[in-house]
Design a protein around this ligand. Sequence first.
Ligand code: SF4
Ligand code: SF4
Length: 169
Amino acid sequence: MQKLTNRAVQIDRSPMTFAERAYLPAIAKGLGTTLSHIFKKKATVSYPEVKRPFSPVFRGLHVLNRDENGAERCTACGLCALACPAEAITMEAAERKPGEEKLYREEKYAAKYEINMLRCIFCGYCEEACPKDAVYLSETVMPSNYDRAGFIYKKEDLLIPHPHKKDAK
Ligand code: SF4
Ligand code: SF4
């Protein structure tokens, strides 16, 4: 019969030897492959003691920014929540009261600001949408957690420390 392609493989149907039936050539071949890897450079690292460098465009855990005096930059405009394709951001706006100028930079601020990290896809759209330079994605890797509630990051978790107050948020 004429061959359709030249890729046909001739199968050896001769009876197997005792060694072949005992898988000895296959075992020797497998051990050879294993031994050859002993002298090769390791493809793995001992994480978490050793960490690989991240890409320069890596996007990690979110951070809520303060201005140089420590006042919260977020004005609760909602643009980040609007830009978020995963609908991960929720917030509640509040009016700044007289005397709170040092706490909040704008007349309106986020009384509540939450990001659901289980929804977040770390796309960075919230950072791009923010007109106040208030939210950005840091180089911190999102920590794991045993509890779903632990992935809901509140304003207190996201705010960077106050630049002039020690141990203060
Ligand atoms: S990084 Fe993307 S998915 Fe995550 S909160 Fe920001 S906009 Fe939403
Ligand atoms: S983080 Fe930025 S975009 Fe989001 S509500 Fe605050 S000011 Fe608006």
